[in-house]
Design a protein around this ligand. Structure first.
Ligand code: AMP
Ligand code: MN
Ligand code: MN
Ligand code: MN
Length: 286
């Protein structure tokens, strides 16, 4: 397992806000040379058995995965879980609780959008939803592009779905301590996803990693589709400083929307320890 370099341990299927099925994501990962794969749908493990079966059929090693939405310092932080038991009752219940409230939030978002002249966004977003429990801002973004309000999903987020913009609704997600506890309790490793994306002050970032470690968190994404090359170096340094394992993942959602395809990122810098070395006993071999 230590010879793996092309691990892609962060991506989405239509079980959350991706557009491809778990089987199609597996096929694309395998075609792109991924040697070890994890499907990490938001707040949901409903695709895990399909993903594992598809990986096995393609001869690709697999790690169970999830990306949990957490509220920390008035922002949303994502925690990736890897190598846990996806049938563990506590993580399943915790994720069900985290998903709860998404529909209410979506209705409030739609009401907000209606006030700025965009009616019918709830029904419109719903057309893009694969899993009714998991209506997300991404589905609204696709609908707003469809009706020509914006040219692409990124523009939708900039103009509508982010803090201070119409269509943004404050939401309380899981606690950091609970998310880490669910993952670790189910035998996995918790990883801070794309830390470069949160716009934290240095103090807030320090607090995030200190608390994360204190709760039993062990990893950080270093090479991700959400980071610049400078951020690969910054978070490799942080991994060493906080003694964290390093992860690598594209955060792929869709062939045309995602700028980073599965398995195409640079390798992890040599100075860090890949999270998959620590997870070797949890890897599901084909
Ligand atoms: P939600 O969990 O409903 O708040 O939606 C979060 C998802 O929105 C993320 O996982 C991304 O897939 C997507 N997203 C967030 N910000 C952006 C952005 N600026 N451009 C495109 N997609 C984004
Ligand atoms: Mn997403
Ligand atoms: Mn994320
Ligand atoms: Mn993601």
């Amino acid at each position: 397992m230590n010879t793996v370099t092309n691990a892609d341990l962060h991506c989405h299927s239509n079980v959350s806000d991706g557009t491809l099925s778990p089987e199609e994501v597996a096929e694309r990962a395998s075609r792109n040379g991924v040697e070890l794969w994890a499907l990490t749908d938001h707040d949901e493990v409903g695709g895990q058995h399909r993903a594992h079966a598809a990986a096995a059929a393609l001869g690709m090693a697999y790690l169970p995965g999830v990306e949990i939405s957490v509220s920390f310092a008035n922002k949303t932080v994502h925690i990736v879980g890897l190598g846990f038991d996806p049938d563990d009752p506590a993580i399943m219940q915790g994720l069900a609780d985290t998903r709860g409230g998404r529909e209410r939030r979506a209705r409030d978002m739609a009401a907000d959008l209606a006030r700025v002249g965009i009616p019918g966004a709830f029904e419109g977003a719903l057309k893009y939803v694969g899993n009714p429990d998991l209506i997300s801002r991404t589905h609204f973004a696709r609908y707003l592009v469809e009706i020509g309000v914006c040219g692409d999903p990124h523009e939708v987020f900039k103009r509508y779905l982010t803090e201070g913009k119409p269509g943004f609704v404050e939401h309380r997600w899981a606690n950091l301590s609970d998310a880490v506890k669910w993952i670790v309790g189910a035998g996995g490793v918790a990883v801070v996803a794309h830390p470069g994306r949160y716009d934290f002050t240095p103090n807030e970032e320090y607090a995030l990693f200190s608390e994360f470690k204190a709760h039993g968190g062990q990893g950080v994404e270093v090479v991700t589709g959400s980071h610049t090359v400078a951020e690969y170096a910054k978070y490799a340094d942080l991994a060493c400083e906080f003694d964290l394992l390093a992860s690598r993942g594209s955060d792929f959602h869709d062939p045309s929307e995602s700028h980073t395809d599965l398995g195409t990122l640079p390798n992890l810098p040599g100075k860090v320890t890949p999270v998959w070395e620590a997870l070797a006993p949890r890897v599901l071999h084909p």
